[in-house]
Design a protein around this ligand. Structure first.
Ligand code: PLP
Length: 367
C-alpha cells in the first residue's frame, strides 16, 4: 500500500542521529542463514540464564499482571538499599540502566552543555546527550583504558556531565582504584559524574574501586548498575542508579509512571536472594574469560585485559570480515567495526562448550 508523504520534520538534534545497532538476534540469524544451531556471544548476556528463585517469583507474579505495578519499585529499592548500605531514597529503579541514562540527560543536559566521555565506550551516553542538544566531548582511550587525566583537562565552563564506564564496554578494561578515587576527588562538584558499573559483579581484581559507598560523601556522584548482566534478566529491562535523593526526586518527575513492570520487579527482588547463583556465574565467567584470552594469545592475537563478561580481541584484520565468517559458522559476536575499533571483535563469555566452539571457529577463520 502506498504511504503518503508529509512535511513534518523532527527536532534538528535527531537529524544525523543513527539508530542503536544491537547484537544480531538468534532468530534473525537462523532466518537469514538457514542455520539451526546458533551460539550468541554478542550482547554480554548471561550464558547460565537466571536464578531459579527468579523463575518462581515470575510464576507467582503472573497472577497479578492485570494490576499496575508500584511506580517506584519500593520493595526492590528497599532491598537494594539494605544490600548496598545506602538509604532507599538514594535508589532509582529504571527500565534497564539505559532508562536511567536517558532520564539523567533528559533532566540535566541543556542545549550547548558539554558531556565528557571516552572513545570507545557504551554508545548510549553520546546518543542521549545529542538528543538533548548537548555536545559530547569524546576522549580516546589510552591502551583501551579511560584517560581520566585527559577527561579532567577537558572540563570547561560548559561541562555538565562526565561518564566513566567501569569496566568499560566494549574493551572490558577498568581504571585503577587510586586513579579513579583521585579523579572523583578532582571533578568539580557542580558536574554530574556518572559511573556506569553494569559489569560490576564480574570484577575479580583487587584494583577496583567500589564507588557506591562514595555516594554519601560526593553528592555529584551517580552509580549505575543493572540486572541485565550477571543476574540474567536482560529481557525484563530492570536496572538502577544510586545517587543523591534530590536527583532521584527530579528523575521521578520525568520517568514514565510505571517504568518497570511487575515481572521485572519480582524477578529482580528474588534474584537478590540467590548469592550462590551469582557466585557461580562470576567464577565460571572468570574461567571463561581467562580461557578465551589464553587461547587467543596462542593464535598470536591479543586482547584487552577484561574484567567484564566479554573479551575484545585484537585481530590485525577487519573485524567485520571475521564477524561475518563466524556468523556463517553459527556464532554471533560483535564486530568492532560497529563499536568503533574496526580491527577487533567483542565476544561475550559463554558456557565452557560455547567458548570452546568459539575458539575452534576463530582458529579456522583466522587461518
Ligand atoms: C556499559 C553498559 N551500560 C548500560 C547498559 C544497559 O543495560 P540495561 O540492560 O540495564 O539497560 C549496558 C548494556 O549492554 C552496558 O553495556
Amino acid at each position: 500500500m502506498a504511504v503518503l508523504g508529509h512535511k513534518i520534520t523532527s527536532r534538528k538534534e535527531l537529524q544525523n542521529l543513527g539508530v542503536y545497532k544491537p547484537g544480531k538476534p538468534i532468530e534473525e540469524v537462523k532466518r537469514e542463514l538457514g542455520l539451526h544451531r546458533i551460539i550468541k556471544l554478542a550482547s554480554n548476556e548471561n550464558p547460565l540464564g537466571y536464578s531459579p528463585l527468579a523463575k518462581d517469583a515470575l510464576m507467582r507474579e503472573m497472577e497479578k499482571i492485570t494490576f499496575y505495578p508500584e511506580g517506584t519499585a519500593p520493595v526492590l529499592a528497599e532491598k537494594l538499599a539494605e544490600k548496598l548500605e545506602v538509604a532507599s531514597e538514594q535508589i532509582l529503579v529504571g527500565n534497564g540502566s539505559d532508562e536511567i541514562l536517558h532520564l539523567l540527560t533528559r533532566s540535566y543536559i541543556r542545549p550547548g552543555d558539554e558531556a565528557i566521555m571516552a572513545d570507545v565506550t557504551f554508545p548510549r551516553y553520546e546518543t542521549n546527550v545529542r538528543i538533548e542538544g548537548g555536545e559530547p566531548v569524546i576522549l580516546p582511550l589510552i591502551e583501551g583504558v579511560h584517560d581520566l587525566e585527559g577527561m579532567l583537562a577537558a572540563i570547561t565552563d560548559q561541562t555538565r556531565m562526565i561518564f566513566v564506564c567501569n569496566p568499560n564496554n566494549p574493551t572490558g578494561t577498568i581504571v585503577s582504584k587510586m586513579g579513579l578515587k583521585s579523579f572523583i576527588d578532582r571533578v568539580p562538584d557542580h558536574i554530574l559524574l556518572v559511573i556506569d558499573e553494569a559489569y560490576f559483579e564480574y570484577v575479580t581484581t583487587e584494583d577496583y574501586l567500589n564507588t557506591v559507598p562514595l555516594v554519601h560523601s560526593y553528592p555529584n556522584l551517580i552509580v549505575l548498575r543493572t540486572f541485565s548482566k550477571i543476574y540474567g534478566l536482560a529481557a525484563l529491562r530492570i536496572g538502577y542508579g544510586i545517587m543523591h535523593p534530590t536527583f532521584v526526586q527530579e528523575l521521578i518527575k520525568v520517568k514514565e509512571p510505571f517504568n518497570t513492570n511487575r515481572m521485572a520487579q519480582a524477578a529482580a527482588l528474588a534474584s537478590l536472594e540467590d548469592s550462590g547463583f551469582i557466585e557461580k556465574c562470576k567464577r565460571e565467567n572468570d574461567e571463561g574469560r581467562q580461557y578465551i584470552s589464553t587461547e587467543v594469545e596462542k593464535m598470536g592475537l591479543s586482547c584487552f585485559p577484561s574484567q567484564g563478561n566479554f573479551v575484545m580481541v585484537k585481530l590485525n584484520r577487519s573485524g567485520d570480515d571475521v564477524f561475518h565468517s563466524l556468523l556463517h559458522k553459527g556464532i554471533i559476536v560483535r564486530s568492532g567495526g560497529v563499536l568503533g575499533l574496526p580491527e577487533t571483535i567483542r565476544v561475550s563469555v559463554g558456557t565452557k562448550e560455547e567458548n570452546e566452539e568459539f575458539i575452534q571457529a576463530l582458529r579456522e577463520v583466522m587461518q
